[in-house]
Design a protein around this ligand. Structure first.
Ligand SMILES: C[S@@+](CC[C@H](N)C(=O)[O-])C[C@H]1O[C@@H](n2cnc3c(N)ncnc32)[C@H](O)[C@@H]1O
Length: 384
């Protein structure tokens, strides 16, 4: 039943400023109106200066984050946001979730439910229990890295933890493709060995200077017999024996396709790849007209780029499915830590694709007239 918008927004205000807030997101727009930002996300954080309400907004191109003090400052900031003509508010608190949608007639359609997740992860983004790997681990003093990188890597490892079976035993061969300065490589080794697994790990990067630096670091850590580095392309670097688990964090552009293709050809059991930039399909979409009736999707440059991102990862997941993997695309870390926060997570099932899955994929790429890089790389591969 629709409710009066004013009183529903008062309820949202009380939740946003109340003690139990976990996270809230405002997005969308009301009929015929346009908010000054496309999205706003609010969450409580604990800084050195004390508790703050963090407000991250995006104008569609650049994110802006500010932390406001509780009390009058937070009240004023929340009132400003509530005055924006957002079409939706989603608010999570310690014990409830409220979803508000503004109807065409300007009323509020409100859905209230019990909390969808525990509050432990809700506040204090620097508390030890929010991390999979202890930030005080001496490993981090050795490998360095920014706070944002540490957060990305920790979140990536959480996704890995959720992917591997709890009862996994035996030797585990892992490869980190496009490993760069090997932050993920070393952290993954620490995490996996901490689970009691017998791990060997190879980091691959095209840069010889990275190989040298990372190998020296592995020596210093005393891990050189288990963690090695190869300079070479993801497509061709020698990795023997074939790995069970393939990791790739922000390998550039089509290097992610090389990583996925390599994983399929190796028959890796698990693949976790967080893509970086997506230039391949963006360029193909730019060079030809969109099929009717989808011209509006690609006419504006920014929309074309975003659509290319979606199309690229959709076809990647579709191709993995055609090669014997169950694949999903998830957000692995909050966008405040990196805008490149999607993760393609795949598990080999060795199942044969159905005819309708093949057709679904083929019709999509044919309709758009594109040839995804991954399709070319997988030509002739079975993977099942
Ligand atoms: C954006 S960095 C990410 C590094 C690391 N995974 C991380 O998240 O910090 C991408 C890395 O991939 C490497 N790279 C890009 N294309 C590659 C390719 N085709 N083969 C091997 N390495 C590649 C680059 O040299 C760079 O170190």
């Amino acid at each position: 039943m629709p409710e009066a918008l004013d009183s529903a927004l008062s309820e949202v205000r009380a939740l946003l400023l109340g003690p139990g807030l976990t996270r809230a997101v405002a997005a969308g727009r009301r009929r015929g109106q346009r908010p000054s930002v496309v999205r706003a996300e609010l969450r409580p954080v604990t800084l050195k200066a004390g508790p703050r309400l963090q407000i991250a907004t995006s104008d569609g191109a650049r994110p802006t984050t500010r932390n406001v003090a509780p009390g009058a400052e937070a009240g004023a900031a929340v009132d400003e946001l509530l005055a924006e003509p957002f079409g939706n508010w989603h608010v999570e608190t310690a014990d409830a979730t409220l979803q508000l949608r503004v109807t065409k007639s300007g009323e509020a359609q409100v859905h209230r439910a019990a909390a969808s997740r525990p509050t432990a992860a809700a506040e204090g983004h620097d508390r030890a229990k929010d991390w999979l790997l202890d930030p005080g681990d001496p490993l981090f003093a050795e490998i360095g890295g920014s706070a944002a990188k540490r957060r990305q890597v920790d979140a990536f490892l959480r996704a890995l933890a959720a992917t591997l079976p709890d009862d996994l035993t035996g030797p585990l061969r892992v490869v980190d493709l496009g490993c760069g300065n090997a932050y993920l490589t070393f952290a993954a080794y620490r995490y996996l060995t901490g689970r009691g697994l017998d791990v060997t790990l190879v980091g691959v990067d095209v840069r010889e200077d990275q190989r040298r630096r990372n190998s020296e670091l592995a020596e210093r850590l005393g891990w050189a017999d288990r963690v090695g580095f190869v300079a070479g392309t993801i497509a061709e670097a020698a990795v023997d024996p074939a790995p069970d688990l393939v990791l790739a964090l922000h390998a550039c552009d089509t290097a992610t396709d090389e990583a996925l293709a390599r994983a399929v050809r190796w028959g890796a059991r698990w693949v976790l790849a967080a893509p970086c930039c997506h230039h391949d399909l963006a360029a193909q979409l730019r060079s030809r007209p969109a099929p009717a009736p989808y011209e509006l999707l690609t006419r504006q440059g920014i929309l074309r780029e975003r659509f290319a991102d979606v199309l690229t990862d959709a076809v990647r997941a579709g191709l993995l499915r055609l090669h014997g993997y169950r694949a999903e695309v998830v957000e692995f870390v909050d966008s405040q830590h990196t805008p490149r926060n999607l993760l393609i997570r795949a598990r080999r099932t060795a199942g044969a694709p159905t005819e309708s899955q093949r057709t679904e994929y083929r019709e999509l790429v044919d309709q758009w007239g594109v040839t995804p890089r991954l399709e070319t790389l997988l030509d002739g591969a079975d993977g099942r």
